[in-house]
Design a protein around this ligand. Structure first.
Ligand code: CO
Length: 133
């Protein structure tokens, strides 16, 4: 059910500075991309076996604004695993007592694929995203 790591998302106070640092270490970096429907601006960092998503709040009421306030230097926000079938994953999570954030239904994420987030209190304190391959 749980396949490979898709990405690790890190909230950063300064996207350009963060991207430049990864670039210095040999990673590829995308141009910043505004995702107004998600309230974030992202830079995708490419390394051979996975991606890092650098995120910065965009607009009023960004869902990561509070995170950056609590972690002004930035920090790991979530880890995303790919799954073959998101509805099957949703059912399994409920079965094993893991709450799903929001209304429990998969949403279309930053990559236009269905995703859902497990409640960190039910997942060792980590915010885990599941994305359908
Ligand atoms: Co993500």
């Amino acid at each position: 059910m749980m396949n490979w790591l898709n990405h690790i998302a890190i909230v950063v106070p300064d996207l350009a500075a963060a991207a430049a640092q990864y670039k210095l270490l040999g990673a590829t970096t995308s141009a910043p991309k505004d995702l107004p429907e998600h309230g974030v601006t992202v830079v995708f960092v490419g390394i051979p076996n996975t991606k890092i998503e650098l995120m910065h709040p965009l607009g009023e009421g960004s869902p990561i604004a509070g995170f950056l306030e609590k972690n002004p230097a930035g920090g790991i926000h979530h880890i995303c695993f790919e799954v073959a079938e998101i509805d099957e994953t949703s059912a399994k999570l409920r079965e094993i007592g893991v709450r799903i954030l929001g209304d429990g239904k998969p949403k279309f994420g930053a990559h236009d694929r269905p995703v859902l987030f497990a409640h960190p209190k039910d997942f060792q304190g980590a915010l885990i995203e599941f994305q359908q391959t």
